[in-house]
Design a protein around this ligand. Sequence first.
Ligand code: HEM
Length: 509
Amino acid sequence: MLFEALVLVIPPALLYSWYTSASTNASSGEAEEHEVKVESVVSDAFGISILNQIRGLIWNDSIMQKGYDQHKNGMFRMPFLGQWPTVVSGEYIRELARAPDDHLNFQATLNDFMQLEILVGKSVSQDMIHLPVIRALTRQLPTFYPEVVDETQYAFTTYFEKHGKLQKDGWTSVKAFDTFMAIIKQLNARTFIGLPLCREEKWEKAIDKGGANLTWRALFLRMFPEDRRAGVNEYVKRFSHVLEDCIELLTSVLEQRRAMREEERPNDLLTLIMSRVTDEEPDPRTIVGTYLVLDQVAQATTSITFVHALYYLVAYPEYADVLREEIQEVNGDSTISFTSLGELRKLDSFLRETQRLSGFSDFSMNRLALQDFTFSNGVTIHKGEFVTAVGNSVHHDPEVYQDAKEFKPWRSYDQTNAEGLGKDSKKYAAVTPSETFLAWGLGKHACPGRWYASMLVKHLVVYILLQYDIKLPDSAKGKRPADLRMVGTILPNTRASVLFKRRQGVDWD
Ligand code: HEM
């Protein structure tokens, strides 16, 4: 379904971008003659460039790797989704992270990608209210954690029943990707919209469809010239009102909550968003739109990361045992708490290593130039051009990480100890980005949701380790299910199954 949709949407988008970028790149002038040029890894010559754009969709990782190998500590250009972004590595990563927003802008890429100004409104596209909302969520994580814990039991029962197959030997076979996408969606729903709505099908469907519609509508609008998009959206609304239906449905919830005193409102993300929209007559589109955008950015990223971690856990049972020992040491026989979750240093190291080796994106830090910006090597990114940093290539570089191709779960734990940093050091923590650990980006736009996402992933690992024995089916022959590489993304295997069996151990309740 996703593939078919991509096949339908991407070619016209590429043609449009090819046409427009061909005309922008064709501009010439005296100043340009003296400019430091950035080499393209594959030809961007008029005519061939479209073929290379298609190659870029399929073999993004190998083009990226070639660029990295040839221009380590430098820059190169490569095809990606109809554009020819400049990709920086080495010392230029920090320069990119420090570049001022009015020159190289992150929000502008998000606005463009999700067409936020038209579909959601200025509160997100310009005022960026989603950022203080996530900061508030992060501050309140200790209060959200018990809610997540409470929802986990429900989510496992519901989705293991729905997606799992009980075998004769007592093990339940679960299609990991679909099941944990659904489980994480359920946990997010509890944090985002709270009980009882998070368990009601009508809301679940509305939010799902609203979010998907937001994404597809944005992709569709991007095929039109900028000044036509608002008009096209008005036209689209006549035929497809999924997004508007979702807004209408949630409006009744907003009205109920508005009638409550602030301190009586449920403890969830929707309440946090409402408290940030202070207009006398708040536009429901703003609140629902912010909700849907956050739901979209939180869902796939966290699910993909968790499933990558699960596949490492099941492929290396010896590491699962070490983690169980650590949980026992830190927590004894009591139920895990938010504080003890933070004390599981080996688990933290396991998560960081998962993101290093199976970080989901070949790119990190996508920025759009709002004004010309010149790097210290003299390369200028012109207004309207995209610039980004390498992602996985640096994570897999043997000059940066010893035995870079190996999964060494205690890598950062050992590094912290070797440098005598002490157990509270965050230098190599899973949530700490650096020039050589770019899974969350770097600098002031580094993912603000990373504390929440890490909490969720760690919690699920602990929950599984305490409640279940897990293994791969015999047919996998002990090998971690192969990753899937698609359009610059490393997805965990979407078809593989993992076997689960309840342990006689700590009872979560
Ligand atoms: C494992 C899960 C996640 C990963 C790997 C991830 C990764 C990223 C990356 C690479 C960026 C771009 C940073 C940059 O360009 O410098 C980003 C930005 C962002 N992420 Fe995440 N993310 C995850 C989960 C989440 C969650 C759960 C939320 C919300 C609750 C979230 C909200 C955001 C937002 C709002 C931004 C934009 C930040 C800004 O505008 O400054 N992310 N994330």
